[in-house]
Design a protein around this ligand. Structure first.
Ligand code: BES
Ligand code: MN
Ligand code: ZN
Length: 500
């Protein structure tokens, strides 16, 4: 979809549809919608007085212009109560509108910067939200469907502003929105891709493509180098599979210093069968998405490379399968992580924290000043928070607050979980330094406490996205399947860190 900002009068635009807004409870029409209503001989005000259009959030009404306007259709998109409007609601309304128009076979549309200069939304923020909503909302994963789609795609979206002087601001919002949405859709594609395609090698190949396209530095460590570095925890997980593990490292250098300001670490288990501690077969297919954290950090660093903040960022993705092959890790085994700590394996299904232990070890060895890890880590987090928010854990409240704020801005909700010392008790082993599961209760927290041991005193936040990486149903721009969470949070975070 081509999305372009233009200056002009939306009522004069020739397109398959022009989209204007209505707030709930608004008595009098003014501005663009009033002019359009006049041109349509009062059709909109009549629909309003008859109660068919109420302006409720996500209410989308199509009115045909029958030649009274250059555009074929006028769409009235409800924004809900004016004082409750947020950027995220704009994303949602755009998603609903675009999907409906696409179903109707519309291939070109125009809209205003919805919500601009209302309820704390800037012109740039509105253009960004419109763009994100459109691109995220029409996303679908059809790579393996040989039958053609029932409808075509929207090819062009114009964002029309009446004030010529604000065109550069509209364009800026439009560009940022596109970068963020495309990165999110890239992560969605990777997560939706089945595990026979999305192997560790395929992830590494994708990293190579992204590195070339966006000018990132790439290194992929092979098993041998992992052995040299002493990554016993990651190698332990990888040993049950025929697919060789890949330790993927991408660098974005936006500042003159040589320091790594931020390390983004993402769990890259391309399929999690549980290993010898095998999972029940029901819904095991979902475990093709166990690399969602890795996909998110790869997509995020690609977006960062396009937005070019003055900061250095490293993405680290330990990628492996977790399978019960004949050389697989066994319960009772003891592994030595890169930082020298020994780990007693109680469940081979608690593999995420093992590969993260070595990824954090690597990030710390390289001197990363701050680490954020993202992982589909525990079913317990999904039970606790559902698919509405990701869980945040960490050792530095300031950084946790920044991550949560970055998430709010993105419409990717995050809830902080407790990290009381008392939980550490559950991870104590009698035969090694630590064991890899902490029992039945508080599973998301004990998993985070495990990782904390490897983060040490580096400021660190862990995001558990086990509940949020997939959506069982469509909700506005959050389509069914992979959500691409928390790509936009990570990018927002890095942009805000770069500003300080
Ligand atoms: N990848 C899973 C966690 C998961 C579960 C993600 C459901 C998404 C949806 C993780 O590797 C895992 O298996 N965790 C175990 C930990 C347990 C053995 C302590 C779990 O949550 O059951
Ligand atoms: Mn597992
Ligand atoms: Zn897993």
């Amino acid at each position: 979809m081509e999305i372009r900002a233009v200056a002009g009068d939306i009522t004069k635009i020739k397109a398959g549809a022009i989209v204007v807004n209505l707030f709930e409870g608004m008595e009098r029409l003014d501005g663009d919608i009033a002019n359009i209503d006049k041109a349509l001989d009062g059709a909109i005000s009549q629909l309003i007085s008859q109660g068919e259009i109420k302006g409720k959030l996500n209410e989308v009404t199509i009115v045909h212009s029958l030649g009274k306007l250059p555009a074929t259709r006028v769409v009235v998109a409800g924004l809900g109560k004016q004082q409750e409007l947020t950027q995220d609601r704009v994303r949602g309304v755009m998603a609903e509108t675009c999907r409906l128009l696409q179903q109707k076979g519309v291939d070109s549309m125009a809209t205003i910067a919805q919500g601009a200069e209302i309820a704390n939304i800037t012109v740039e923020g509105a253009a960004q939200a419109v763009t994100e909503g459109a691109l995220l909302g029409v996303y679908s994963f059809r790579r393996h469907i040989t039958k053609e789609a029932e409808h075509g795609e929207i090819k062009q979206l114009l964002i029309v502003g009446s004030d010529e002087t604000k065109l550069p601001i509209l364009e800026q919002g439009c560009y940022k929105g596109r970068v963020l949405a495309e990165a999110t859709n890239l992560a969605r594609d990777m997560v939706n891709e089945p595990a026979n395609y999305m192997t560790p090698k395929h992830m590494a190949d994708m990293a190579a493509k992204l590195a070339e396209t966006y000018g990132l530095e790439l290194s992929v460590l092979e098993r041998e180098q992992m052995q040299e570095l002493g990554m016993g925890a990651l190698l332990g997980v990888a040993q049950g599979s025929r697919q060789p593990p890949k330790f993927i490292v991408l660098h974005y250098r936006g500042s003159d210093s040589t320091e790594i300001d931020v390390a983004l670490v993402g769990k890259g288990v391309t399929f999690d069968s549980g290993g010898i501690s095998i999972k029940p077969s029901e819904k095991m297919d979902e475990m093709k998405g166990d690399m969602a954290g890795g996909a998110a950090v790869m997509a995020a660093i690609s977006a960062i490379a396009q937005l070019k903040p003055k900061i250095n960022v490293m993405a680290v993705i330990p990628a492996t399968e977790n399978l019960p092959g004949d050389s697989a890790l066994k319960p009772g085994d003891i592994l030595t992580a890169m930082n020298g700590k020994t780990i007693e394996i109680i469940s081979t299904d608690a593999e995420g924290r093992l590969i993260l232990a070595d990824a954090l070890g690597y990030a710390k060895k390289l001197g990363a000043k701050l680490v954020v890890d993202v992982a589909t880590l525990t079913g317990a987090c999904r039970i606790a928070l559902g698919d509405v928010c990701s869980g945040a854990f960490g050792n530095n409240q300031e950084l946790i607050d920044k991550v949560i704020a970055a998430g709010t801005e993105a419409g990717e909700l995050i809830w902080q979980m407790p990290m009381y010392e008392e939980y550490k008790e559950q991870n104590k082993s009698e035969v090694a330094d630590i064991k890899n599961i902490g029992g039945k209760y508080g599973g998301a927290i004990t998993a985070a406490q495990f990782i904390a041991e490897f983060a040490g005193d580096t400021p660190w936040v862990h995001l558990d996205i086990a509940g949020t990486s997939l959506s069982e149903k469509e909700r506005t721009y959050r389509v069914k399947g992979a959500t691409g969470v928390p790509v936009r949070t990570l990018v927002n975070l890095v942009l805000s860190l770069a500003k300080q």
